[in-house]
Ligand binder design. Structure first.
Ligand code: TRH
Length: 408
């Protein structure tokens, strides 16, 4: 017999548009809300019996339309099941038919403007009081975000009016901030200071400890000619470079740079050419990916969630932004760089901007990479300063809870 479901505190709806970002963000959000998402003025909290929630934890249900993609970053998930508990979160496969007698949670989040099912909205309107309804938007550093963050959009449902609130992640105090779990920064610091632990980590990937002057780079990006170009530069580098490469869309460009176009590769393979060693990695869960970012000297990241995690890694990173029509993404990239580079000397800032542009526009990197030794130390320090600055105004879940408390 299956156990009855508890009343839920949070419902999160996610459609997987493509890749792993939509599910990456919502899965991370779900787990953080479970631990840190208590809203003081409301909540049925922990009344469920046969559920894995621990005392004080919130009950969170995550609705996902594509469980196969989700399973790539969550090995514990069974894509064949309609409903299941994973890490204390109830994961519900979201398809056309809603489960019978579904009761909406106190707070309902639609991620990235995915449309909630009409019957579910009707159930929301039947609740008294109705749930808080939040649309969690994509992350952008553009200035208009501050004006739109927190706005309500009235929705007529039958004869009831429900407000839907727009919640924008962002980089300033007047936005919703960035996802960052409590304790993450301390855990990162411990990891980065633990030399024996780092050596054990590299050994677990079949790699020796990092040599003096060796550069370790992780690469999780989209297709780009700049990657082929960097791989050529790294082969000719005066110092050793090790590239950590999770299997994915950037692999063909790396192979072209190595002159091994079209070769079949698999996780665990180690390819050597000149000063460069390329280690192919499997995709891991999100915690494993964090550890990779924390361990490298430079991280090439993409989309939204890996981009944010690279900032919490406090190390140099380049952002391959999700491409949009008519180069709209370049405006967003520059919007971010305006913030990120604001405190750097102009020469360093313009080099860093050029590196990001080169990755995104698929340009030659030889002259830019040649300047790495000149800027690397300053950039590394900047990574730490930037992560501290971002953390100062509070993380997204703290801000979301405060926002909802002020509206209930
Ligand atoms: O995968 P992305 O490119 O995702 C997206 C989506 O395409 C989305 O539609 C788009 O709107 C958005 O980008 C901007 O990049 P992202 O956001 O970095 O997500 C990758 C996730 O995968 C992130 O949560 C980290 C995770 N990951 C792992 O868990 N393990 C791994 O080994 C790796 C490499 C990544």
């Amino acid at each position: 017999m299956t156990s009855p479901l508890p009343p839920f505190d949070w419902d999160i709806f996610c459609t997987v548009v493509d890749n792993f970002g939509d599910i990456g963000v919502t899965w991370r959000l779900a787990r953080q809300l479970k631990r840190e998402g208590r809203i003081e003025s409301r909540g049925h909290g922990t009344s469920g019996e046969a559920t894995p929630a621990q005392d004080g934890d919130m009950q969170v249900r995550l609705w996902v339309d594509d469980l196969a993609s989700f399973a790539r970053i969550c090995p514990g998930l069974d894509p064949a099941r309609d409903g299941q508990w994973v890490d204390g979160i109830y994961v519900q496969h979201w398809h056309e038919r809603l489960p019978a007698n579904v009761v909406p949670a106190n707070v309902v989040i639609e991620a990235f403007a995915c449309e909630l099912p009409a019957p579910f909205i009707e159930r929301m309107a039947e609740q008294s009081p109705p749930p808080c309804w939040v649309n969690l938007e994509y992350l952008s550093a553009e200035s208009w975000v501050e004006d739109c963050h927190g706005l309500a959009s009235p929705q007529q449902v039958g004869n009831k009016r429900l407000d839907k609130f727009f919640f924008f992640p962002g980089f300033t105090a007047r936005t919703g901030g960035l996802l960052c779990e409590q304790g993450l920064i301390a855990e990162r610091d411990r990891w980065q200071q633990d030399e024996a632990g780092l050596a054990a980590y590299w050994a677990s990937l079949d790699l020796p400890p990092q040599a003096e002057h060796e550069i370790r780079v992780s690469l999780f990006a989209y297709e780009s000619e700049a990657i082929r170009s960097l791989v050529i530069d790294w082969q000719a580098s005066p110092t050793r470079v090790t590239l950590l490469l999770p299997l994915g869309r950037a692999v063909p460009d790396v192979l072209r740079g190595l002159g091994r176009e079209g070769e079949a590769v698999q996780p665990g393979d180690l390819l050597r050419a000149g000063s460069l060693a390329v280690k192919l990695l499997p995709m891991t869960d999100q915690a494993g990916y964090d550890r990779l970012l924390w361990s490298c000297d430079l991280n090439l990241v993409r989309g939204e969630d890996s981009f944010v995690r690279a900032q919490w890694a406090a190390r140099p990173f380049l952002w391959h932004i999700y491409p949009q029509e008519e180069q709209a993404h370049m405006v967003k990239l520059d919007g971010f760089l305006d913030h990120y580079l604001a405190d750097l000397p102009p020469e360093t800032a313009s080099w860093l901007r050029a590196c990001n542009h080169a990755l995104n526009q698929g340009e030659e990197t030889r002259e830019l990479w040649a300047q790495w030794p000149q800027y690397a130390a300053r950039w590394r320090q900047h990574g730490r300063d930037w992560s501290q600055k971002l953390h100062r105004d509070g993380d997204l879940v703290t801000r979301l809870v405060k926002f909802l408390e002020s509206r209930i």
